[in-house]
Design a protein around this ligand. Structure first.
Ligand SMILES: [Zn+2]
Ligand SMILES: [Zn+2]
Length: 397
């Protein structure tokens, strides 16, 4: 016993070990494989929008940082639970939001990060400001769908990273929505039953994660592999060509790697969701009016216009407490979000039947020349104007 303790103390006193501990460098810059022709500068201004920072997404974000991506938007509404210690976190992190913990981890290393503890369904279009990519490793179809809608509408590259623990299998898919014409999208692979199986985050159903208990080595292997593929598609045109529109399966127990061409579907619901003309505004909702947007889009004064929004225009609200209904005009992100307060102190909630994602210019007449903030249009919202056969979508700052 004494002998062992002596050995241990000698071990700790070892100058080699002490030297290692004391002089271990803190690596600030990225370490990038020196592949000839790879244009690493393409990563400098890029933002990675990570939808899901769980067992795969947390490690994947870290790998992307080590490879040179410096800006992140992290979207995950979940908190770490006891079981997460085995799959993805430290014990001290239990009970904290994943998005907040991973954001803090990356920020400490010098990344610029927005950590959003919200479901993907609540992500505003303005977070996808180019140059950016969307990386989805969520485990709900409705989260995929929400992230996918935004990536498609804003012509952004979309990567889907998955694993299947029962088969010890990782999968990587790359859909390139910067391409025109677009030949395939994530939803091309979906049939009606996929849409039916979607569960809303705001429903009373259980939306707990499916992948609880995925072995950590497989999550981390998947994340490392996917990070290299994602980055190669960004810094090398030939690699992008090689990867786009394909699914790759990595199965460490063999056969090791297989690939397939992703399906195309002529009647796909997803591919038709692309926007026409996109304008990223430097103004926030307080600094611009519908009037300015119509001018900027080149529509004539008095021309018939249809105004669409990433949120909802509510024409009627009902008080959550006294149930009184009031008419008016409010902008809300969702039907479950309060538009304001009743005089009784209750919350004014939009009446679903009287809330729509679009209104005519006439219906917005009263607020046409007021800042969008007077209607409480949110930051990073999208507002589109449609008239005489064309549509222009504005993304607010
Ligand atoms: Zn499609
Ligand atoms: Zn009331």
């Amino acid at each position: 016993m004494i002998e062992a303790a002596a050995q241990l103390s000698n071990f700790h006193a070892s100058p080699i070990l002490n030297g290692l501990i004391q002089s271990e460098p803190i690596q600030q810059g990225p370490i990038q494989p020196a592949v000839s022709g790879w244009a690493w500068a393409a990563l400098n201004a890029l933002t990675a929008v990570m939808v899901g920072v769980g067992a795969i997404g947390r490690v994947l974000s870290q790998h992307l940082f080590w490879l040179g991506i410096r800006n992140f938007v992290l979207v995950d509404y979940k908190k770490y639970r006891d079981v997460s210690v085995s799959t993805q976190c430290h014990a001290a992190e239990i009970g904290r939001y994943k998005a907040a913990v991973v954001a803090q981890q990356l920020r400490r290393q010098g990344a610029r990060v927005a950590g959003l503890p919200i479901p993907a369904e609540e992500l505003d279009p303005g977070w996808l400001r180019p140059p950016c990519i969307v990386v989805a490793s969520a485990d709900r179809h409705s989260a995929d769908l929400a992230a996918h809608k935004l990536a498609l509408a804003q012509n952004v590259r979309f990567y889907k990273v998955n694993l299947e623990p029962a088969l010890i299998l990782s999968s990587f898919r790359f859909y390139d929505y910067t391409m025109d014409p677009l030949d395939r999208c994530l939803e091309c692979g979906w049939d009606d039953s996929t849409y039916l199986r979607q569960r809303s985050i705001h429903s009373c159903e259980d939306v707990s994660e499916r992948s609880t208990g995925s072995p950590r080595p497989l999550s981390e292997l998947t994340a490392g592999w996917a990070a290299l593929l994602i980055v190669s598609s960004l810094v090398d045109a030939a690699a992008a060509e090689r990867l786009r529109g394909r699914e790759f399966l990595l199965s460490p127990l063999g056969p090791v790697l297989s690939e397939s061409i992703l399906p195309e579907k002529t009647d796909c619901l997803g591919c038709h969701r692309r926007s026409g003309s996109l304008v990223y505004l430097v103004q926030s909702p307080g600094e611009i009016r519908f009037h300015d947007l119509a001018l900027q889009a080149g529509f004539q004064p008095g021309e018939e216009l249809w105004v669409g929004s990433s949120g909802l225009f509510a024409r009627r609200c009902r008080c959550s407490k006294c149930c009184k209904e009031v008419a008016g005009l409010w902008w809300v992100k969702f039907v479950h979000q309060a538009a304001g307060w009743c005089s009784c102190g209750g919350r004014l909630l939009p009446v679903p039947f009287h809330a729509s994602s679009g209104l005519s210019r006439q219906e917005l007449h009263g607020v046409w020349s007021s800042p969008l903030s007077s209607l409480r249009v949110g930051r990073r919202a999208a507002v589109s104007l449609k008239g005489s056969g064309r549509e222009v979508t504005f993304i607010l700052r």
